[in-house]
Design a protein around this ligand. Structure first.
Ligand SMILES: O=C(O)COP(=O)(O)O
Ligand SMILES: [Mg+2]
Length: 234
């Protein structure tokens, strides 16, 4: 068992429930970890502004991996605190293709925060991701289904490369980071960390690569993993 020196946690479906409401159990557990000197990193498909608000309100200090690794943020990294790693032009090319194909009847609706999204294009999850993946299979984009939205992401980045870059900048050893997630956009994220945790509501692919699959869903799973592996209280 690795010594856990930092926790990296996904947001939607991991510290929030299926209706995207934040779980008290996760808040308490993450704050307890921070109070014990274990920094918490937010690793999410959400934009940096949203992620910054989450970090502020939850009380986490470990930095941010946003837009599925397309953007990272850390408070202490000189003036260059927001670093864009993903190339949005790849998603734009894929979107232009979809728009040419469907015109105004395009069945994918871009989420409201698109003015602030700098490395990806993200759609509301109003359908299964399979048709979109098939349509864009020849494009240089990764299509992620987070369970809450569909993301067109630069394949050169993911939450795992973002976490590694953040760790390198800040001085975390990724081998000592516990990563907790729920969806297919968390596969590379968990693979980059030292100890891999899937909450009970996670997709099967994530559970397959996890070192530990929680008995509990959503934030209760986060609290379970933190108690068990950070504080060793079964
Ligand atoms: O942005 C989304 O689609 C959900 O983000 P998540 O990575 O925090 O689950
Ligand atoms: Mg999630």
């Amino acid at each position: 068992m690795v010594k856990i020196e930092a926790i990296a946690v996904d947001v939607d479906g991991t510290i929030t429930d299926g209706r995207r409401r934040v779980c008290h159990s996760a808040l308490d557990a993450l704050r307890k970890a921070e109070d014990a000197g274990i920094p918490v990193i937010i690793a999410t498909g959400n934009i940096s502004h949203f992620s910054y608000a989450v970090a502020t309100l939850v009380g986490t200090t470990g930095g941010l991996v946003c837009e599925n690794g397309g953007v990272i943020y850390h408070d202490g990294y000189n003036d260059n605190r927001v670093i864009v790693l993903g190339d949005i032009s790849k998603a734009q090319k894929a979107y232009d293709f979809l728009f040419d194909k469907f015109g105004k009847d395009i069945p994918f609706r871009i989420v409201e925060d698109s003015d602030a999204r700098v490395s990806e294009i993200t759609f509301y999850k109003n359908m299964s991701s399979e048709p979109l993946k098939e349509m864009l299979k020849d494009f240089d984009v990764e299509v992620y289904d987070s369970g809450f939205a569909l993301h067109l992401t630069d394949p050169a980045v993911d939450k795992g490369t973002g976490l590694a870059k953040l760790a390198n900048l800040v001085g975390y050893n990724v081998e000592n980071i516990m990563c907790i997630g729920d969806s297919e956009n968390d596969i590379d994220f968990l693979l980059a960390g030292g100890f891999k945790v899937a909450v009970a509501n996670a997709c099967d692919e994530l559970k397959e690569i996890a070192d530990y699959v929680c008995e509990n869903k959503y934030g209760d799973g986060v609290a379970e993993a933190i108690d068990k592996f950070v504080f060793n209280q079964e």
